[in-house]
Design a protein. Structure first.
Lengths: 175, 175
């Protein structure tokens, strides 16, 4: 992350990262297929954690409440790791090739969350839709947090869910 | 599209496509940077059309109603072009490298739609959130349409908006 901030993503090579970390390039590539993946090392953990939080949410919550609970816990983790999470998100937002990878990771994560909702008995299609909407809300909240860190990620997340409610809560088909 | 269906995406080269189209490979690459882009040729048009529909929606609609109107018109176009749209979406869903490109195009389209909402006077952040949520709903509806074409895309789209309402319409922060 230091290197990416000092030189920019495009000007940093895998060899540079390996050198800074005190390992050789072969060792780098044993751990990461490319220099993008360094920034997504925690995604599998986050995906598993989200699925677990969905499973652990108490009975009686609506799917959206389960998702707010799960993404809220994920937000809490990111906030606790802010010194890494914040520059990471800013770097992704500023780098098209990283945004593309981030979108793919996000889509995979939404599928994992949808699967966890299904295991709670949520209808197949509703689970897919709810997971993708919640993911979009989380992504939006994370962007807000990067733009203005004076509020916490959890605050932005709750506000995003409230705004989805306000925006889509009374939609009437217009024909 | 015929070639991709006959041989699969990975087994089809740009040279194959050029040959089938009766042009040489250089001509192909004058029109498309790679073989993925052939499938996204209409995205710029769709993005411009969506922004236009958002701008043209009548006054007095909520942002979500504007979006349902705009994406509904886009759905209508896709339905009218079903013989291409349906295998295209199925191919994208089945091919990871195309899904990644599709996600990037979708994100760009959501930004364009958000900008069109802002021009209607919708608050900056609400516009961004609403556009991404609507895009996720549209994407979900398109997937449903591919999975089960016995209903139309517009029907699935309206249902997706209704389900966002049902799912997120009464969320209470759970702490």
């Amino acid at each position: 992350m230091d290197l990416y901030r000092e030189r920019g993503f495009d000007q940093t090579t895998a060899a540079d990262i390996a050198q800074r970390a005190g390992v050789n390039t072969r060792t780098f590539f044993r751990h990461f297929p490319d220099k993008r993946e360094v920034l997504f090392d925690g995604e599998a953990d986050l995906s598993a954690a989200l699925a677990q939080y969905v499973g652990e949410a108490r009975d009686g919550l609506t799917p959206a409440e389960v998702l707010l609970h799960a993404f809220g816990k994920a937000a809490h983790i990111l906030e606790g790791n802010r010194s890494f999470a914040e520059p990471r998100l800013a770097l992704i937002a500023a780098t098209p090739t990283l945004r593309e990878r981030d979108l793919a990771k996000g889509a995979a994560m939404a599928l994992s969350v949808a699967e966890a909702l299904r295991r709670r008995g949520v209808d197949d299609r509703l689970a897919d839709l709810a997971a993708h909407i919640a993911w979009a809300a989380f992504h939006h909240a994370a962007q807000n947090w990067i733009d203005d860190p004076t509020s916490g990620l959890q605050t932005y997340l709750t506000r995003a869910f409230e705004n989805v409610n306000a925006l889509f809560g009374s939609v009437r088909p217009a024909n």
